[in-house]
Write a protein that binds this ligand. Structure first.
Ligand code: E8B
Length: 232
């Protein structure tokens, strides 16, 4: 998160850190007791290894009362996701067991109504992604508030030039923005997850390249189907 602030500890109890060998790779969030939603492109460079999921954390390194690392039973990238574009950039992770819910570990509801969030709506996004252009990685969760911009503005020739589909949404990226390692985290508007951070043009803090999110509502049926089939 560029030019945000340290989040209030454990006030975003749905946040997950997807880790490989103890290293934070991407964000994610708890959508059910045994399920985390993230971005498919986070699993691009893992050569088949499964993530571990850290829940209940504020600091990535310090001991905290409800912090716990969960093993992942299975990972389900959306079948339409691919490395060439940001389409269908969603990843469902089934935890090895149900997460123990408490004050620091909570499920976040996601939007099921497929209707665009109005432009200028101020939403918030959090993550352990890089916090400056030198690629400094924070120990503590950071957050930032960002206004939604319309798809038409986001698709302008000088911005994302028509690549933002109806299954995506954008927020202004002038100075304050998401960045590497924030992918997979939720864009929260009015207490509901409306989007999932995607890398887009992999540029941060440049107003010419607004932040892009995969909208969740269009994928509600896919999410429910995977959870139902895998839970048995
Ligand atoms: C395996 C993955 C971690 C590789 C990756 O995602 N790289 C990468 C590099 C630079 C910027 C970003 C990035 C992320 C989220 C939002 C944005 C745009 N604000 C950029 C992402």
């Amino acid at each position: 998160i560029l030019r945000g602030s340290v989040a209030r500890p454990h006030l975003k109890p749905y946040m997950a850190s997807l880790q490989l060998d103890g290293q934070h790779v991407c964000g994610g969030f708890l959508i059910a007791e045994q399920w985390v939603l993230s971005a498919a492109h986070c699993a691009e460079e893992t050569d088949g290894k499964l993530f571990q999921v850290l829940l209940g954390a504020h600091s990535l390194t310090e001991p905290e009362p409800h912090k716990r690392l969960y093993q992942v039973r299975a990972q389900f990238p959306h079948p339409g996701s691919n490395i060439h574009n940001n389409k269908d950039d969603l990843l469902l992770l089934q935890l090895e067991e149900k997460a123990e819910l408490n004050a620091d570990v909570r499920v976040l509801p996601f939007q099921r109504e497929d209707r665009d969030v109005a432009a200028d709506t101020v939403c918030e996004v959090a993550g352990w992604g890089t916090i400056d252009h030198s690629g400094t990685r924070p120990d503590k969760l950071h957050q930032v508030e960002r206004p939604v911009i319309s798809r038409d503005v986001c698709n302008h020739r000088t911005r994302h030039d028509g690549t933002v589909t109806r299954n995506m949404m954008c927020t202004d990226s002038r100075r304050k923005d998401t960045c590497k390692g924030d992918s997979g985290g939720p864009l929260v508007c009015g207490g509901v997850a409306e989007g999932v951070v995607t890398a887009g043009s992999r540029v941060c803090g440049n107003y010419k390249k607004p932040a892009i999110y995969t909208r969740i509502a269009p994928y509600a049926a896919w999410i429910d189907g995977v959870m139902a089939s895998a839970d048995g």
